[in-house]
Design a protein. Structure first.
Length: 150
């Protein structure tokens, strides 16, 4: 059985996009970044994935500097390499070439001792789609309340 500890989640991505397909990717980090992530100092909100050549990179992911890292700390929003198979990278590249599709990070977590990131091939929502999703969620919440009351 695999243990996993959630570090950060991008809830905004579920509101802004329709999630089509998800992938699990490793990430290349330095030692102080891993220690900072163990403390939960990670933010995925403004980050995005870019594919260049045969590699995928996450940009804009903020990992706060480790408090005891002094000279070994790196820039908090530097670009980091994602560890994906070539088949997965080709699939993502093919998806992004379609109009309206993008690659977004969903969550960062520890899987055993490794930092993993769930990324998704997603299609952007229109304003009316967002309103519809909010209305549906509100309706479900209301039904749950009515069901619970005696």
């Amino acid at each position: 059985m695999e243990k996993s500890k959630l570090i950060s989640q991008n809830k905004k991505a579920y509101h802004e996009y329709f999630i089509e397909e998800t992938f699990q990717a490793g990430i290349s980090l330095s030692g102080t970044e891993v220690k900072s992530m163990r403390a939960g100092k990670c933010n995925l909100k403004e980050s995005y994935i870019r594919i260049e050549g045969n590699s995928a990179f996450i940009e804009g992911m903020h990992i706060s500097p480790y408090s005891h890292g002094n000279i070994f700390n790196l820039e908090p929003t530097r670009r980091r390499r994602l560890l994906l198979n070539r088949k997965e990278i080709n699939r993502l590249r093919a998806g992004v070439t379609q109009e309206g599709y993008t690659i977004v990070p969903l969550k960062a977590y520890f899987s055993r001792c490794y930092v993993k990131i769930d990324i998704a091939l997603a299609k952007g929502k229109k304003l009316y789609d967002k309103r519809e999703a909010i209305a549906k969620k509100t309706q479900e919440r209301q039904m749950q309340r009515e069901y619970k009351l005696p």
